[in-house]
Design a binder for this molecule. Sequence first.
Ligand SMILES: C[S@@+](CC[C@H](N)C(=O)[O-])C[C@H]1O[C@@H](n2cnc3c(N)ncnc32)[C@H](O)[C@@H]1O
Length: 203
Amino acid sequence: MRGLAAYSGSVLVDGLARVIAKHPEANIANAFNYKQVGCKLWARDKLFESAGPSYRKVAVLGGWYGVLPAMLLEDPRFNIGATVSYDIDPAVEEVARTLGSGFGERFRAVTADMYTLDYRNVAADLIVNTSCEHIADLPGWLGFLPSGTRVLLQSNDYFSEPTHINCVSSLDQFRAQAGLARTDFAGALPMKKYTRFMLIGTI
Ligand SMILES: C[S@@+](CC[C@H](N)C(=O)[O-])C[C@H]1O[C@@H](n2cnc3c(N)ncnc32)[C@H](O)[C@@H]1O
């Protein structure tokens, strides 16, 4: 991986090499599997097309190891001031920090429950949650966000995965569950074992 980092010049791949060396216990291979990365490439492209390139602060909730904020910071099409990856699992914070260390102050990782954050203090102009299938009450969580907030949400129909407590069976069901005030993008990305759904809009 260190060789790949040197070859590609990628800050993210360099961070990945550091994670493998420093946190051998982390399940980073899962976070970087083909489908996980594919879903995040899709998010990045559709965000750029439907909502543009400029964000002062991007907050990612249920951000896990921080792969998506790192991918956004690395994409030269975007102009992003800072990102914060929030996750309830304290074990992922240090791993995310290592992954994003090359981005300096523009990448932060914080342990927090997304249901207890004060979103006025978070003060992000884009709120991302690609872990909607992992949280019990999506409408309840969206109710904490100030109205007019721009959001990017992903869920899926991968019901057989035990940690997925709130899957949806269709894009229409996801739209109804989220109840966005305005939708700029709604789409489905079929994968081998499941379909991923995404909404970009404002609440
Ligand atoms: C397996 S991961 C992410 C999967 C998803 N496909 C992705 O990469 O975006 C789901 C994450 O959501 C986090 N999570 C679940 N409930 C949460 C909550 N209430 N607040 C913050 N993070 C939460 C978990 O700790 C976990 O790291």
